[in-house]
Design a protein around this ligand. Sequence first.
Ligand code: TYD
Ligand code: MG
Length: 455
Amino acid sequence: MAKARTQFICQNCGTVHARWVGKCEGCNQWNTIVEEDPMGGIGGGPGRTPKKGRPVALTTLSGEIEDAPRIMTGISELDRATGGGFVRGSAVLIGGDPGIGKSTVLMQAAAALSRQGHRIIYVSGEEAVAQVRLRAQRLGAADTEVLLAAETNVEDILATLGEGKRPDLAIIDSIQTLWSDTADSAPGTVTQVRTGVQAMIRFAKQTGAAIVLVGHVTKEGQIAGPRVVEHMVDAVLYFEGDRGHHYRILRTVKNRFGPTDEIGVFEMSDKGLREVTNPSELFLGERNSKSPGAAVFAGMEGTRPVLVEVQALVAPTSLGTPRRAVVGWDSARLSMILAVLEAHCGVRLGQHDVYLNIAGGYRITEPAADLAVASALVSSLAGLALPSDCVYFGEVSLSGAIRPVAHTAQRLKEAEKLGFSQAVLPAASADLPKGNGMSWAEMESLPDLVARIAG
Ligand code: TYD
Ligand code: MG
C-alpha cells in the first residue's frame, strides 16, 4: 500500500500545497497553511463493494419532474433570498462574520417552520442547549416545538438526526465545530469541515431533509472558512452588514434551485431580525438632499430595485499624492471614472482628495452606478447641489460614452414610488415606460452630464 501522504492545505481558500509555505499562492494570505491528511474521512474505505448504477435517458424523465419541493418559512426576506424557501434534500450554507445574526435568523426561521407543523432540529455546536433556549425566549420562539441538540461530533449528530421521525429541516450551527471520527485532522481544519459537511449533505440526499449549515467567515484563516465548502452545497447565502448599522443583508451568491443576486434585507432589533420589505426607504432615510456631492442611484438587486445615495467629497489636497478613499464601491472603478472625467471632460482632479461613500453602509456592485458616482463627484467639485428629486443610473465607458443598462422601467417605477420626479439616464435606453409620472434626460456622454450639472 502506498505510504500515507499528508498535504498542506490553505484554511482560507483550500489551495493544496506540496510543502509548507508562509503565504498561500491561491489567496495570498499569510500563515493559513495547515498540514492535513487528505484521505482522512474521504472515500468509502477498504471493503466497500462497488455498486452498479443505472443511467436513465433524459427524455424518459419528461413529465415526471415537478418543481423542487420547498418549505417556506413565511419570513418573506429569507424566502426571497433562498429563491422561494428551503429545498428538501438540499444543503444551504449561510456564511457571515461572527455576531452578524446567523443563529438569530435561523432560530426565527426554525420557530416559524415549527409553527407550521414542520419537524425542525437545531444542532448547536457553539452554545449549550440552555443558551440556545435563552435566545429563543428573547425571540419569542420558546413556545415552539423546535428540537435542540448540542453536539459537535458528526457521527453523534447523524445518530441524533436519524432518531425517530426524520426532520423536515436540520440546522447545523456551525460547520467549524464539526469533527468526525474518520478524519485525522484537528477540528476546524479544511479536512474536518469538508468531511462533516459531506456527511450532512449525504444525510440530506438520503432522507430528503433540508439542511442549513452555518459557517463563520474567518479573518485569520486558522480555522477553515465557509469558502472551502461552497462548491459542495446547493446554495450559498452570505449575511452582510456593518456593526455600526442595524440592518443586515442576506445575499445569495450561489443557488442550484433559484436565482442568485437576490437579497433579503433585515433590521436587527431587540426582538431579533425584522424584515425590511422596502429597502430603499431604509437607505434613503437619513438623506440631507441640499448638500453638494450627493446623488441618488436607482439600482437593482436581483429582481428588486433599490435606491441608495452616493456621496462624494472632492477637496483640494495638502498631500503630494492626493487621497482616494472609497467605502461601499469598487476603488478601481472610481479610478476609472476619475480618469474618464479628466481625459474627456476636462475635469482636473490631480490636486484634489476624493472620498466616495455609499450611504448606510450599503455596497454597490453594479456598473450602472457609474453615472450616479460621476454626478456626485462633479456636484461636489462644483459646489452645486443636485436636484433632490432626481435619480441617476447608467454605465460609463472608457471613451466617455454612457451605455444603457437593464431594467430601466423598474428603476423608474421605484423612483416614482418614492417621490422622485426626474431621472438622468443613458440615451437609447430600452423599455422606457410610457405614461409614467417621471421626466427624464437622456445622456449620450459624460461631457453632456458635466455640462448639465456644472452649467
Ligand atoms: P448571532 O445570531 O448570535 O450571531 P452569529 O450566529 O452570526 O454569530 O447574533 C448575535 C448578535 O445579535 C449579538 O451582537 C446580539 C444581537 N442580537 C440582537 O440585537 N437582538 C436579538 O434579539 C438577538 C437574539 C441578538
Ligand atoms: Mg451563532
